[in-house]
Design a protein around this ligand. Structure first.
Ligand code: NAG
Length: 213
């Protein structure tokens, strides 16, 4: 019986990271959050999308469509990369396949329910456009994890790796998780700042309202 470490070392032999499709997929995975953070911060600073599209709402929808499309391209490139890689015997058979489909289903449940809870502008960086949520969303899936989009997406990647039976998919999923964790570290303080500013303004408005009484 091999140890988990030996299994992992064996799996690594099935990952050909020199394949072009693998590198392109890894690039696409890192590109998307980089792209939306650069664009959203620029919007927050200069309002360039709001001005170009005539309103914050329309600008945010345009960004949402762009991010969604980039996500589809990234998913396509990921599956193409997996088809170029070797399958591992341990990942073939019914159990990994069913586990894979279960992960994809759970991942999609997280992504779809959180989009449902937040709405389009809440999901796609509306706060950078000045479209703020009235209050924090705390219902499912936000009572299970604070970043259901990111963890849901990661689960779908892992599920796909298992359905294909490809260790390379597990390697790329680790990369997805790493990229998302960096994104969370980068995004959370910024959005917290946006909301803190709103709370300060609200408190100030309230104070001024009292003075007038
Ligand atoms: C999260 O909320 C859902 C729906 O309200 C509920 O069914 C579930 O038990 C909650 N989960 C946790 C961990 O609190």
């Amino acid at each position: 019986m091999s140890s988990p470490l030996e299994i992992l070392a064996d799996m690594a032999k099935y990952v050909d990271s020199s394949k072009r499709s693998f590198l392109i997929s890894a690039f696409a995975i890192a590109f998307n959050p980089t792209f939306w953070n650069i664009v959203a911060r620029r919007e927050h600073r200069t309002r360039f999308l709001t001005r170009f599209f005539g309103s914050a709402q329309t600008g945010c929808y345009a960004l949402a469509i762009t991010i969604f499309s980039l996500g589809l391209i990234r998913d396509f490139l990921y599956e193409r990369a997996l088809r170029d890689q070797a399958s591992h015997p341990l990942l073939q058979g019914e159990l990994p396949t069913y586990a894979g489909y279960a992960l994809i289903a759970l991942g999609n449940l997280f992504v779809i329910t959180s989009t449902w809870q937040l709405g389009i502008t809440g999901t796609f960086l509306g706060d950078y456009f000045g479209i703020l949520m009235d209050s924090m969303v705390t219902g499912f899936p936000f009572n299970v994890t604070n970043a259901p989009m990111y963890y849901g997406s990661t689960m779908s990647f892992l599920g796909t790796a298992l359905v294909y039976g490809k260790p390379a998919g597990i390697a790329l999923t680790s990369w997805v998780l790493f990229v998302y964790m960096v994104a969370i570290e980068f995004e959370n303080p910024f959005t917290s700042g946006i909301y803190a500013k709103r709370e300060k303004e609200r408190a100030k408005a309230k104070g001024e309202g009292k003075k007038e009484l």
